[in-house]
Design a protein around this ligand. Structure first.
Ligand code: ATP
Ligand code: MG
Length: 411
């Protein structure tokens, strides 16, 4: 099957020009170059995906350097791995030297050897990701489909390439469900059976790799679909016993989307995801997944704030009481709790802090107070705090109000 016509229709003009340039440069260097992975899958499905993955029989770094010279790209190379990334304004191009892989033991990173495009496709996760399209001039556009992937696409199936696939790399369990839910596909029968069999193999995967796959799920349009399925299969529980993918999460994620830009959702989703965990389970989660410091602070604060709700559930609180109770918490934790809480009182207190109190500023600062004849010392600090409290509580509004209050406190 030849897809030259579809490539032309599907790729934006700029990218098509680049692909043709790559094809010409590869010919010149005597190398064979292929489009692989997600872009081939999405091209056949008619979905946009302009982050191109290319595999080169030859030397990807050399070819990437030649392309960088003839186009406006930022080039990053990893000679040791035989890979290179070219970044343009609107898309990226990942280039890799074709390779085969063997696994020393389950969950280990693979041992990599140079290889052909066929070797390279054979190490991939699912049939739908294991096709390539040649960009060499003598068979430009030709589809290589050694695993009947096109038929799986037509039948909307996620299929592993061999029965040990999930044992070799249990991150594929998370990947399988991510694609299944994104594309609205089904796990092929044998794949589903093996996935269930191999859930315990998740214990062989490093926390960093699990975190990476969870992040990929959280970047999906509706991460809760994958979490629901992973919950039903018992996969979430294997990562942490109290993680849930139920209707509660779906509802809270939807709320998070209504309140935030897509680019800011990931850490907030994660705060909501750990919400059902106990404090010790949360600590386990943070350590096991090696969560970066800043994010782990937000996760801890989320849990801790939840345990302090009794203070916030009083309707008589003054704004300054709310402010001083909350100001040291990570704002993400406050937002997560505002979304998660069942109590309208707590919700409105948290919202008041997020929307207003945290931005409140007095007109007067220490210098201004000195100008009013208040000398530097503990008294000045006291007056500043009193001004701030009065401002939060709406007892002073204008600069003149503040001056009057400061002078009255001076005595
Ligand atoms: P998308 O980016 O749309 O999720 P993609 O196919 O580009 O899809 P990536 O995670 O970017 O997915 O991976 C690129 C390709 O690398 C995949 O298509 C797949 O063939 C291969 N791949 C990634 N992770 C694995 C894995 N754990 N085992 C085998 N192959 C993998
Ligand atoms: Mg990709």
């Amino acid at each position: 099957m030849n897809l030259a016509r579809q490539i032309k229709q599907y790729l934006p003009q700029e990218l098509l020009g680049l692909v043709q340039n790559i094809s010409a440069q590869a010919d010149k260097l005597g190398q064979r170059v292929y489009l692989v992975g997600g872009v081939v899958r999405d091209l056949l499905l008619g979905y946009p995906n302009f982050d191109l993955d290319l595999v080169i029989e030859g030397d990807a770094v050399k070819l990437a350097m030649a392309i960088a010279e003839t186009s406006q790209a930022k080039l990053v190379t990893h000679s040791r791995f035989g890979t290179a990334t070219l970044s343009y304004d609107n898309f990226t191009l990942d280039m890799a030297t074709a390779r085969g892989e063997t696994y020393a033991k389950p969950g280990a990173l693979p041992t990599v050897t140079p290889g052909t495009i066929s070797n390279d496709l054979s190490r991939r996760d699912f049939s739908i990701n294991a096709m390539s399209i040649s960009l060499a001039s003598n068979n430009y556009g030709e589809l290589l489909d050694p695993y009947q992937s096109k038929s799986d696409l037509e039948h909307r199936l996620i299929r592993i390439l061999h029965s040990e696939s999930f044992r070799d790399d249990a991150t594929r369990i998370l990947r399988a469900i991510r694609y299944e839910q994104r594309l609205g596909f089904k796990l092929e029968t044998q794949t589903a059976k093996l996935l269930k069999r191999d859930i315990p193999m998740l214990d062989t995967i490093s926390g960093d790799r699990i975190r990476h796959e969870l992040e990929l799920i959280l970047r999906e349009k509706y991460p809760e679909f994958a979490f629901k399925r992973l919950d039903e299969l018992g996969v979430l529980q294997r990562i942490n016993p109290s993680l849930k993918g139920d209707g509660w999460i779906a509802e809270k994620f939807e709320k998070a989307r209504q309140l935030n830009k897509p680019s800011q959702l990931l850490p907030l989703y994660l705060c909501l995801f750990i919400y059902p965990l106990s404090e010790s389970e949360n600590e386990q989660f943070i350590h096991h997944l090696n969560i970066p410091t800043k994010l782990s602070r937000a996760l801890r604060d989320t849990r801790y704030l939840k345990s302090q709700f009794s203070f916030l559930d009083k309707s008589s609180l003054k704004p300054s009481e709310i402010y001083y109770f909350l100001y040291e918490y990570d704002p993400l934790a406050i937002q997560a709790n505002a979304i998660a809480t069942k109590s309208p009182t707590i919700h409105s207190h948290l919202q008041l802090f997020l929307a207003k109190l945290r931005y409140v500023k007095t007109f007067l600062n220490g210098e201004d107070l000195k100008g009013l004849g208040i000398s530097v010392g503990p008294k000045l600090g006291e007056i500043l705090r009193a001004l701030y409290r009065a401002k939060l509580d709406g007892e002073v509004n204008t600069k003149a109000d503040e001056e009057k209050l400061a002078l009255s406190l001076k005595l």
